[in-house]
Ligand binder design. Structure first.
Ligand code: ZN
Ligand code: ZN
Length: 111
């Protein structure tokens, strides 16, 4: 019996753990071979996988939307574009400090 991974289409390999037979893939997909428990195990596995994927997506979105860019002259090289972000230095009553980072020379300064 040859079966393929529903996640990545690689060939599933048989392995035995605690007298139970599993079909496993190198991507992490795993399925118990006893037919009556298959569906339950598979759905649990899919839920976990789904959560993992969501986490990855979140962290990558964070990276992409790092800092907005603004028109600002770099005091070091005169470049006219800088990343900007705000940092709350002390209590929340204080106005936050604006930071700038030159997109050309990476020089960072604050206002
Ligand atoms: Zn796979
Ligand atoms: Zn610069």
């Amino acid at each position: 019996m040859v079966e393929f991974c529903p996640e990545c289409s690689n060939l599933l390999r048989k392995k035995k753990v605690n007298e139970k037979s599993f079909l496993a893939c190198k991507c992490g997909y795993e399925r118990e071979m006893e037919s009556d428990t298959n569906k339950i195990k598979e759905s649990i596995h899919k839920k976990k996988k789904y959560l993992k994927k969501n986490l990855v997506i979140l962290s990558e979105e964070d990276k992409i939307s790092a800092n907005p860019r603004t028109r600002k002259e770099c005091p070091k090289c005169g470049n006219l574009e800088a990343e900007t972000w705000q940092v709350q230095i002390r209590s929340s009553d204080e106005p936050s400090t604006h930071f700038f980072k030159c997109t050309n020379c990476r020089y960072t300064w604050r206002e």
